[in-house]
Design a protein around this ligand. Structure first.
Ligand code: HEC
Length: 105
């Protein structure tokens, strides 16, 4: 009886842990930006549009989210495909593009 109770308690703890960990699995655009985009986009290396610069991003906002995500995946100008980070998932790239767009709203 006690053993069964302990098992149930252990299972409940596990379920709670998984539930807690799940949001961390969703791509975090700010985190991806810091890891993979910032080094060029904070400083504007090779005329990269600067993070949070409304003027620089205005024409890009018009281009639209999907086209921008495609630019990052395929590469554009001096920006290599997937920003030269092949380990990035499409979801992480989309989240980082959303982060850029959020900052210039
Ligand atoms: C090695 C430097 C570098 C890194 C790292 C980098 N970029 Fe870029 N990015 C650029 C440059 C340079 C341009 C301008 C390209 C052009 O218009 O010729 C650019 C352009 C863009 C554009 C506009 C594309 C378009 O269609 O005009 C987006 C969106 C973008 N970057 C997003 C990102 C994201 C998201 C990341 C991180 C996952 C990232 N970049 C990482 C250099 C970089």
């Amino acid at each position: 009886m006690t053993v069964a109770r302990e098992r149930i308690a252990a299972m409940a703890a596990l379920v709670a842990l998984v539930a807690l960990a799940t949001p961390a699995l969703a791509a975090d655009g700010a985190e991806v930006h810091g890891r993979a985009c910032k080094k060029c986009h904070r400083t504007g290396v090779d005329d990269a549009p600067i993070t949070g610069d409304r003027e620089a991003w205005a024409p890009l906002v018009k281009t639209g989210r999907e086209a921008l995500i495609k630019s990052v995946i395929d590469g554009k100008g001096k920006m290599e495909p997937r920003a030269n980070r092949p380990e990035l998932t499409d979801e992480e790239i989309a989240a980082s593009v959303d982060y850029f767009l959020e900052l210039v709203k």
